[in-house]
Design a protein around this ligand. Structure first.
Ligand code: FES
Ligand SMILES: [Fe+2]
Length: 399
């Protein structure tokens, strides 16, 4: 491709994204087109920051976790000698095989199963069987596992970027969402830990439907009506699910992040504090954290991490974990309802002539809080979704 053709291809993308993702409506192609999906993986999941692990998942030197960043298999590992958290492509420097298939573990070495090349958990190549086949130009120092472009921890939350890019620093990527994350950090009011591997579930629909849903205060009274009803009948409890409740507040936090705050929560207990999206793949729902992994344009895997609060009483911890089981886990009463809606959206737009999804609620108002952050009219505002797609379009259109 010559320079003019490359330029045209790039401009073509920018124009296409501009057409498909507008301020208050998004075209169905964005949910069903595999070409767009491939670009999302490259632009958003492989070049931008994504959430990969909580530090408590790798508490000890030598602990590791294997992850997939977009389409890129990677290892996040805590050095056995220095305790430093690093990230590498999960790909042997000999002939490319993945060197680690276990999801979690503790090891001093990763040994490639194909021909036995062995890497320290700091990524250095430390063993090559049958060295006589190589001459003096064979330099093991240059053949360590390839490091990810960046791995950084923010108050216990580890984020990474697979490839280098003109990406902003992690702190600037997190923008105002950083203030909320610090709440959950070791020095915050609600210092959370992840103490078990996640539960997993897949739904047959696009990944972005999860991101849209997390700050959606418009749907609970309808999507979760059966749960609300059951709570009332069985436990005599009224669950507040009205997005028009004056205590519900949606705030756009910049760079695609958004939060819905339900007000009046008790940080040390299981009560919902807020639901938050850290663009593009981390969802904070009350007592749980989720990581979403797009598998295909119409298939998404969700990892559900129940969290516990460090130093909380056993009673509070049990209540918190029950909250996860009851609500937020894969079989939680609200999670299954939401997944059903995601699949219905996908089915509803995949082959019909219904072209545009609307995110208009509250778009005519421009309110902000004391800090100057945009806030919605109430819990039903689609401000969070508009913030998500604003950042999405920015990353997808960038040349
Ligand atoms: S591919 Fe890893 S040792 Fe050959
Ligand atoms: Fe929901």
């Amino acid at each position: 491709m010559g320079v003019p053709a490359v330029r045209e291809a790039l401009d073509g993308w920018a124009a296409r994204i501009q057409t498909l993702v507008q301020t208050s409506r998004v075209h169905r192609d964005v949910y069903v087109d595999p070409q767009l999906f491939a670009r999302e993986m490259e632009r958003i999941f492989e070049r931008g920051w994504i959430y990969v692990a909580h530090e408590s998942e790798l508490p000890n030197s030598g602990d590791y976790k294997s992850v997939v960043m977009g389409r890129v298999p990677a290892i996040i590992s805590r050095g056995a000698d220095d305790g430093v958290v690093r990230g590498f492509f999960n790909s042997c420097r000999h002939r490319g095989a993945t060197v680690c298939e276990a999801e979690y573990g503790a090891a001093n070495y990763f040994r490639c199963p194909y021909h036995g090349w062995t890497y320290g958990n700091d990524g250095r190549l430390v063993g090559v069987p049958f060295r006589h086949g190589y001459d003096s130009s064979f330099d093991v120092a240059k053949l360590g596992l390839i490091p990810l472009a960046a791995v950084e921890s923010f108050h216990g939350f580890i984020f990474a970027r697979a490839f280098d890019d003109a990406a902003p620093s992690l702190a600037s990527h997190l923008a105002a969402a950083g203030d909320f994350l610090t709440t959950f950090g070791p020095d915050g009011k609600c210092p959370i830990e992840v103490t078990t591997p996640p539960q997993r579930a897949r739904y047959r629909a696009n990944w972005k439907l999860s991101c849209e849903n997390i700050t959606d205060g418009y749907h609970p009274g309808f999507t979760h009506a059966s749960f609300v009803h059951a709570k009332k009948v069985i436990e005599g409890k009224e669950i507040p699910v009205k997005g028009t409740d004056p205590h519900w507040k949606i705030t756009a936090l910049g760079n695609g992040h958004a939060v819905i705050d339900f007000g009046g929560s008790n940080l040390a207990h299981r009560d919902n504090v807020f639901n938050m999206l850290i663009f593009p793949n981390a969802l904070f729902l009350g007592v749980s954290v989720r990581i979403i992994r797009p598998m295909a344009v119409n298939l998404t895997e969700t990892s559900f991490f129940p969290t516990v609060v460090r130093g909380a009483s056993e009673e509070a911890t049990v209540a918190r974990l029950r909250g996860h089981t009851e609500l937020y886990g894969p079989m939680g009463k609200v999670s299954a309802d939401d997944a059903e809606m995601f699949e219905r959206v996908q089915r509803g737009i995949e082959h019909t002539g219904n072209e545009w999804l609307l995110f208009l609620r509250g778009a005519h108002t421009h309110r902000s809080d004391e800090a100057g952050r945009p806030v919605g009219i109430d819990g039903t505002d689609e401000l969070g979704q508009r913030e998500f797609y604003r950042r999405y379009a920015e990353m997808m259109a960038r040349q």
